[in-house]
Each structure stands twice: as structure tokens, then as C-alpha cells.
Design a protein around this ligand. Structure first.
Ligand SMILES: O=C(O)[C@H](O)[C@@H](O)[C@H](O)[C@H](O)COP(=O)(O)O
Ligand code: SF4
Length: 600
């Protein structure tokens, strides 16, 4: 099938916009790529230090076997990353079986946004992505690696690791997932219990029981939030093995996939005949394919911030118009919570990413001729792994959906356009995730209630002040103000108001979680209030109109622009819980629309 005209046009536009930065990037990684093994370029002293603790130092001191660096985001705080605890031993065994060696190059931090949600720690969350990129640089700077395997899944971790892997783009990279936890209490039932608690209808004991039944085992949380959107990206961009993302932890197939990922990493180093540096996979076509997957699955709005930063690390320049144009063209094919009732285990069972990639390739909505870690092109990702006698067989994935309430063909989708829309207007540019919002709520016009922090919203709700139709504005939540936290903990109370029949919307220069859903929210408003954006001039009672079909977010109250901007009291966000360490980040971060970064 020939490539859809819009996919072609957007890709050409990105290629043209990125011509000089991409050329400079490719020249940089070409200079960095020398005949391997990389460790042979180190002095004897450097090498002796690198091998001192290793049992296979003779192999390392040799010059034949590729050495694989492991960059791991293991910790016990993220259920998704806890399974990584023993991966290094498994990877070393797999490397030896593949005629290679492996060393843990370094660890990177990982924040669980579910633990910090609604708390001060969430103000470090977005910045932690760049800390992960920096830590990846520290790990890879040992320069003894002919390939790297990256162990990371959740929200900021894959984006941070990609920025790091792209920066070391001369080194082949394979991303290795750990898989989703088995399904527990359905996500919509969890959300219902939260609303009952917010409305004072049940006690904390019932809430705790529901939460523990929902998040109950090692593995990624099963809603389609940022973590699972990242997993989708890694297949659409060719950095995972096909069909690897949603295989549960602790299963024989999971272990076999990790072994195979290591075998592939050993096979694509500069020591062999199939050298495949990460920087050559991470081109404009891979990023367009990733955005297509984001739209087709109704993925997390956080990737509208992360993908520009990830791409920039590889010399590829994305802008919001690219997301908008692709969203207008790509159909919504999946309904996974918060966009529906199913979770990622149900999605995978219905045909999952292999079915989607097959369908989107057939519709000309994906670049087929891309480079991937399989050594083949994107057609490999319409196949999936089966374990037979301890070996992986790659078989054709589902050619029809096994559950059309969860997954549909590109020709008969849930919606003709993707899950995300861009809004323009006299408050600036913003993003809204429409895949989770009922169509009758795509236009909201109501008086504003203006807040400068999320706790004040919760207090106003508890005091019964949020009556009638209301647009809740929460400003001074942008990256320069307080690190751009997710305001997901407002979801239960805004949902209570909406379920009471009030017209409700949220407008913020902050973010929402990928798990946020049914209340219309115009987020990432840029310019942010702390940079003097118009949102800083809003007052209670101003009439705001959020209008998705027309792509507009407007303040309809005359003359608001001439008011003085509200004062931002930064004291609350400048210290405590480590925030004092991130002042330089707040002072130097780029706008959300450019990736909200201090490193790219
Ligand atoms: O972007 C995301 O997907 C979220 O940050 C997610 O990773 C976060 O952990 C949610 O807060 C979990 O959902 P609950 O907070 O509703 O459990
Ligand atoms: S998906 Fe979110 S809540 Fe679940 S482990 Fe990852 S960061 Fe934590």
C-alpha cells in the first residue's frame, strides 16, 4: 500500500525542518563509531578497572567478543520495574550464550508517578526524565560497550533512556520490557470507588481495599497510561522485539524474549556485519510511526511533551502541528482504559500491537521501510512470538480483531481521528486528549474558577464552592513554575461534579496523567503563567470556552489581556522534598511545546 499523503507530507516537513540538525547528528555518531571493540580504545589501566570485578575478565580483555552495557532503572518502588531486579544475571547468561559479555553500565533513577501523584515529589517527576538521560550518559561514558540494553518502562524512564541512547547513538540499543501485571480490580471500578470516597460515600478502608486490588503484583499497571504508551512506542519505533511489550512478568515467554533481545543486541554491534547504531533507527520516520501509534491507541498526553525531547536528541525536530496533522489523519483503533473499560492484557489478547501495525501498514499510515532491531523492517512487527520447545517462533499476528469492543480495524475504527487534539486561542496553545471524553463534552463554555495550586481546588470542592457549570483553571503549574506536575489527583472530584450534571472542564499549564480521562482538560497551556502567559491574567468569573471541533480555547471576557498578571509565589515549590536541588532546572527548562527539557 502506498504511503498516505499526510504521513508523507508531515514526514517530509519534519525532514526538511531537521535537515541541518539531523545531518550534524549523523556526522557526530559517525565520528564516534570506530572499529570495535570499543573497550580496545581504552588504556590498559582503564580496562583493568573495568574488568577487575568481572568473572569473565579474560573475555573482556580479549578483542573478539562484543560487550553489552546494561542500563537499568530497577527499583522496588515501581511495580513495573521491580521484575528487573534479577535481569542483569539473566542478561549476562544470555550474553555468554550469544558469544558476548555483559556488564551493568549503570543505574538510572525511576520515579513512580503513582506514588508521588498529588504530592510534592510529583514536582520532580518531569525533571526526572532529564536526570535519567544524564544518568544514562554517566553509565555509557565508560565507553566499553559495543551495544546496550536499556531496562525501563514507566513514564519518564523510557523517554529519558531514549534521550540517552540517542546521545550515544553510535551504540546499538535494544529496549527490554518486563510486561504488565495480571489484571486486578478493573480500572473503571477503581475509579468509581475513588469518586465514592471523594463524595464522602465510603470510608478509607474500602478505598484502600480497592486500590490494593487494582495494583496487586509485579509488572506495569494495566491502564493505558504513559508507561504502556511507552511500550507501544518501542514497538512502533522498532526498539523492542515484536510482541514483547505486553507479555506478563515471570512467564517462560517473558524470559525467552529477554534472552532473544540480548542475542539481537550482540548481533548488531560494529564487530559483526549487521551494525545497527541506535541513531540510525531513531530517524524522522520512526518518530512519525511513534506519533501514529500514539494517535491510533489514544495514548498518553505526556508523550506530546516527551517525543519532541526524544526526537531532538537524535537531531529530529517535531512541533505540535505535526501531532495535530497526524491526529487528524490516524483513526482511533483501540479503547483501553481510560479510553474504555479494557486493560492492556485484554488489548493484547484481542490482537494487540501486532494487529494494529498490520492494519496501519495496510492503510499506508506507517512507514514500512524503517530499520528495527530485528534487522528487518516494520512488517516484522505484525508478527508475534510463540514459545515452542524453549525457542521463540515468530508467527503472523492476529489478522482480525478478537474483541471489537477493545480493538478495531483501521477501516472501521472507534473514531475517524486520533486521540489527541491541539487547541489555539487567546490563552496560548494547549493539548486535549479527546479519546476519553464523551463527544457531548467536546464544547464547554462556563465561568472560570481560578486557582494556583491543586490543593486549593480540593478545598473549594470540600467547601461546596464548585457549583454550577465551571471551568477550573489551575495555573503556575508549568515547568518553570514548579516542574509541571500531573494534576491527576483532581480527576475524582472533577468527575463527581461532571456526574452531578455540571458542565466541567480543566484548563492548566500543568499536565495530566496518561490515566486521566473523562473530564475535558486543556493542558500544557503555553506560554505558562510563570513566563507571563495570558493564563496569568484570568480571574474568577471570566467566561472561558473550550471548543474541540473548532480547535479553540478562548477567554471571552473583554479586556482580560490588559489586566496585570497574578503574582507567582514560588516559595512553596522552591524547597522541600528535594525541590531545592532542581532550581537550575526550573530556571532553564524549555517550554512544554518544545519538550520541557534542560538537556536537549
Ligand atoms: O502518566 C501516567 O500514566 C501516570 O503518571 C501514571 O503512571 C500514574 O502512576 C498515575 O497516577 C496512576 O494512576 P492512579 O494515580 O490513578 O493510580
Ligand atoms: S505505571 Fe505509573 S503507577 Fe504504575 S508502576 Fe509505572 S509509574 Fe508507577
Amino acid at each position: 500500500m502506498s504511503l498516505h499523503a499526510t504521513i508523507d507530507r508531515v514526514t517530509d516537513r519534519i525532514r526538511e525542518r531537521s535537515a541541518s540538525t539531523r545531518a550534524a547528528y549523523l556526522a557526530k555518531i559517525a565520528r564516534a563509531a570506530e572499529d570495535g571493540p570499543r573497550r580496545a580504545h581504552l588504556s590498559c589501566g582503564n580496562q583493568a578497572h573495568a574488568y577487575a570485578a568481572m568473572p569473565d575478565k579474560a573475555d573482556l580483555a580479549g578483542t573478539r567478543k562484543p560487550n553489552i552495557g546494561i542500563v537499568t532503572a530497577y527499583n522496588d518502588m515501581l511495580s513495573a520495574h521491580q521484575p528487573y531486579e534479577h535481569y542483569p544475571d539473566l542478561i549476562r547468561r544470555a550474553a555468554h550464550a550469544a558469544g558476548a559479555t555483559a556488564q551493568v553500565a549503570g543505574g538510572v533513577p525511576a520515579m513512580c508517578d503513582g506514588v508521588t501523584q498529588g504530592r510534592a515529589g510529583m514536582e520532580l517527576s518531569l525533571f526526572s526524565r532529564d536526570v535519567i538521560a544524564l544518568a544514562t550518559g554517566v553509565a555509557m561514558s565508560h565507553d566499553t560497550f559495543d551495544a546496550a540494553v536499556y531496562l525501563g518502562i514507566c513514564d519518564k524512564i523510557v523517554p529519558g533512556l531514549i534521550i540517552g541512547a540517542a546521545t550515544f547513538g553510535h551504540v546499538p540499543a535494544v529496549f527490554v520490557p518486563s510486561g504488565p501485571m495480571p489484571s486486578g480490580l478493573p480500572n473503571d471500578e477503581k475509579a468509581k470507588v475513588r469518586q465514592q470516597f471523594a463524595a464522602g460515600e465510603i470510608g478509607r478502608d474500602k478505598l484502600m481495599a480497592a486500590e490494593m486490588a487494582s495494583y496487586h503484583a509485579p509488572g506495569t499497571c494495566t491502564f493505558y497510561g504513559t508507561a504502556n504508551t511507552n511500550q507501544m512506542l518501542m514497538e512502533f519505533m522498532g526498539l523492542h522485539l515484536p510482541g514483547a511489550s505486553f507479555v506478563n512478568p515471570g512467564t517462560p515467554l517473558r524470559e525467552a524474549l529477554t534472552f532473544e533481545a540480548v542475542r539481537r543486541a550482540a548481533a548488531i554491534t560494529a564487530l559483526g556485519n549487521s551494525y545497527l547504531p541506535a541513531g540510525e533507527i531513531l530517524d524522522e520516520r520512526a518518530f512519525v510511526n511513534g506519533i501514529v501509534g500514539l494517535m491510533a491507541t489514544g495514548g498518553s498526553t505526556n508523550l506530546v511533551i516527551h517525543l519532541p525531547a526524544m526526537a531532538r536528541a537524535a537531531g529530529v525536530l517535531l512541533d505540535l502541528q505535526d501531532f495535530h496533522d497526524l491526529s487528524e489523519t490516524v483513526p482511533l483503533m483501540a479503547r483501553v482504559y481510560p479510553n474504555g473499560l479494557a486493560d492492556v492484557n485484554h488489548f493484547h489478547a484481542a490482537g494487540g500491537l501486532g494487529f494494529m501495525i498490520r492494519e496501519l501498514l495496510a492503510a499506508g499510515l506507517l512507514h514500512e521501510d524503517v530499520r528495527t532491531i530485528t534487522g528487518g523492517d516494520l512488517n516484522d512487527y505484525a508478527r508475534e512470538p510463540r514459545l515452542r520447545d524453549g525457542r521463540i517462533d515468530w508467527v503472523d499476528g492476529a489478522t482480525t480483531t478478537l474483541n471489537d469492543k477493545v480493538l478495531r480495524p483501521a477501516t472501521t475504527p472507534f473514531a475517524a481521528t486520533g486521540g489527541l487534539a491541539q487547541l489555539d486561542g487567546n490563552l496560548g496553545v494547549s493539548v486535549i486528549k479527546i479519546s476519553a471524553v464523551a463527544p457531548e463534552r467536546h464544547v464547554i463554555e462556563a465561568p472560570a474558577r481560578v486557582f494556583s495550586d491543586q490543593e486549593a481546588v480540593k478545598t473549594a470542592f470540600r467547601n461546596g464552592e464548585l457549583n454550577g457549570d465551571v471551568v477550573v483553571v489551575v495555573r503556575f503549574q508549568g515547568p518553570r513554575a514548579n516542574g509541571m506536575p500531573e494534576l491527576h489527583s483532581l480527576t475524582p472530584i472533577l468527575s463527581v461534579l461532571q456526574d452531578r450534571g455540571q458542565k466541567v472542564a480543566l484548563v492548566t499549564d500543568g499536565r495530566m496523567s496518561g490515566a486521566s480521562g473523562k473530564v475535558p482538560a486543556a493542558i500544557h497551556v503555553t506560554p505558562e503563567a510563570a513566563s507571563g502567559g495570558p493564563i496569568a491574567r484570568l480571574q474568577d468569573g471570566d467566561i472561558l470556552r473550550l471548543d474541540v471541533p473548532s480547535g479553540r480555547l478562548e477567554c471571552l471576557t473583554e479586556g482580560f489581556e490588559t489586566r496585570p498578571a497574578a503574582h507567582f509565589d514560588s516559595s512553596a515549590s522552591s524547597e522541600g522534598m528535594g525541590r531545592e536541588l532542581f532550581r537550575a532546572f526550573r530556571e532553564n527548562v524549555t517550554p512544554a511545546s518544545e519538550g520541557a527539557s534542560v538537556v536537549v
